[in-house]
Design a protein. Structure first.
Lengths: 249, 279
């Protein structure tokens, strides 16, 4: 199993506050890795570190190294890195444009594609995200008129238009009902055949259902990182066991 | 029971304040309209001041055009700098120290008395840079005065956009400038433009900064950036302070007020259009 991304002694501070402390973790290629832990333990900061979105935040100081395909992420131009590592946020964030324009947004910036090729690619990615059949006849509709679950799948499809190697998801189902959540999970399992997925979730059952590996964080430190079965059935650390039993959280 | 009295007192206080403010505004406007409308005629609006002393007869056409020119040129200068500052703070600045420093400078500029700005404009633009009493020197001074208004209003407009939308654009590997023109500007342009217009209205009504830099008692309608101009507030000041013609001073005040109200009308329409869009 190849490693696609790796964090080495990664530390993030916001002023005096340490959010992530000496995190060492390797993410396997074309697998789903779930990051779990209590609120405020640094999971989102970890995601933002991976595609250098943290660079955009005021006062975030970092130390250590992150590699993507064995090259430091600092050696990549930000735009190139973010093309390869997409992110989907907690709240669905479609642009206030039509569905088609949302899908074409990044394509128009990065590539000079003819109309037909663009259309084909958009359809292909919408199919991959499991949204095509629901929107194919109303591509001119404003994306903000879609349901929460559809908006979130559109956001996933939009990041797929750039053919990323990794997709980061920050609690993508936290504002969705169980039916919409099931559709997103189905999409993620399909995508994981070709793409590495790193997902932050508070939903332990979700991690159990879809993840191949689970990493558990407390107060910015990686406590335990194991294959999903071992993590839930044979936790190595006392804190993990307590968290799984609901004694801390 | 005590709580009821308290509530009643607060309600009464609020009601009284609102009535007082609305009443005073209506009185001021009514006073100017009642005293000013008798001066208003086609000749007053389209001719130059005449008579001895100058301004007792004729009209205020060069002053209307002069004020518009000062407003437009200062608006252009202030919006280039003000919008750029706000966009830098919102999209580009990642250091808390630089952010705080720039905010402090902007607030300090906002606190400079307008007559002090006028003095600065006179010594720097008029004398040191050799611009002389001119439309450009006045507009530059006015643009310094309204720069904080444009910056603060633009920044406020930008912060109303969902930060995650901007982050989503960055996360798609899109540059900051493309994000600004394709996500931020279309969403916030009405509010940014209304902030710019608000600054322009403020500039068109200001007297102190142009007294020493641009405005003169009599001049033709502006044809060059390097010539002095007449301006409504300065004309009004001369008419009233020198007791040349109180009647024409009221007429000038009414025209100035109408121009400012028209600009406020545009601001209102811009904001309303955005609200309708959102619904």
């Amino acid at each position: 199993m190849n490693t696609v991304m790796e964090m080495k002694d990664w530390k993030v501070n916001y002023g005096e506050v340490t959010v992530l402390n000496d995190v060492n973790i390797a993410f396997p290629e074309n697998r789903i890795t779930a990051l779990i832990g209590p609120s405020g333990c640094g999971k989102t900061t970890l995601l933002k570190s991976l595609n250098r979105l943290l660079d955009e935040e005021v006062s975030a100081q970092t130390q250590g190294e992150i590699t993507f395909k064995d090259r430091s992420i600092k050696d990549f131009h930000c735009e190139t890195l973010r093309q390869k590592i997409g992110i989907v946020f907690q709240t669905p964030t479609p642009f206030p444009f039509s569905i088609e324009k949302n899908m074409a947004y990044a394509l128009d910036y990065h590539f000079a594609m003819d109309r037909q090729n663009k259309k084909n690619l958009i359809s292909e990615k919408l199919k991959l995200a499991g949204l095509y059949d629901e929107v194919k006849d109303r591509m001119d509709l404003s994306a903000t008129n879609l349901s929460g679950g559809q908006q979130q799948r559109l956001c996933i499809a939009r990041s797929l238009t750039l053919n990323p190697d990794v997709i980061l998801l920050d609690e993508p189902c936290s504002s969705l009902d169980p039916k919409a959540t099931a559709k997103i999970e189905e999409t993620l399992l399909r995508l994981a055949q070709e793409i590495t997925i790193i997902i932050v979730t508070h939903n332990m059952a979700q991690a159990k259902r879809i993840a191949n590996h689970v990493a558990f964080f407390i107060d910015g430190e990686l406590v335990e990182y194991q294959p999903t079965n071992d993590f839930f059935n044979h936790p190595q650390k006392e804190e993990t066991r307590q968290y799984l039993e609901g004694l801390i959280g | 029971m005590r709580q009821n009295w308290k509530d009643l007192f607060i309600k009464g206080w609020l009601f009284f304040s609102i009535i007082l403010v609305i009443g005073m505004s209506i009185y001021v406007m009514g006073h100017i309209i009642v005293n000013g409308w008798r001066s208003i005629s086609l000749d007053f609006l389209i001719s130059s001041p005449r008579g001895m002393p100058l301004g007792t007869e004729g009209g205020i056409f060069p002053a209307i055009i002069g004020s518009l020119a000062l407003g437009i040129v200062s608006m252009l200068l202030a919006s280039i700098l003000g919008i750029a500052t706000a966009v830098y703070l919102y999209q580009y600045c990642t250091s808390q120290r630089i952010y705080s420093f720039i905010r402090l400078v902007v607030q300090c500029i906002a606190g400079i008395p307008s007559i002090v700005l006028g003095l600065f404009g006179y010594t720097f633009f008029v004398v040191s840079l050799g611009m002389g009493h001119s439309l450009l020197a006045g507009a530059l001074t006015l643009s310094i005065m309204i720069y904080p208004i444009v910056t603060i209003n633009t920044e406020k407009a930008l912060y109303e956009i969902q930060k995650e939308q901007v982050m989503v654009s960055y996360s798609l590997g899109v540059s900051k400038s493309y994000t600004f023109f394709h996500v931020v500007w279309p969403e916030r342009k009405n509010d940014i433009l209304s902030g710019v217009l608000l600054g322009t209205v403020y500039a068109m009504g200001a007297t102190a900064p142009i007294m020493l830099t641009a405005a003169v008692l009599s001049a033709a309608s502006p044809t060059s950036l390097f010539r002095p101009v007449m301006a409504l507030p300065y004309h009004l000041y001369i008419m009233a302070s020198e007791r040349i013609s109180i009647q024409n001073a009221y007429g000038t005040a009414m025209v100035l007020l109408m121009m400012l109200f028209t600009a406020y009308g545009f601001i209102f329409l811009l904001i309303r259009e955005r609200r309708v869009d959102k619904q």
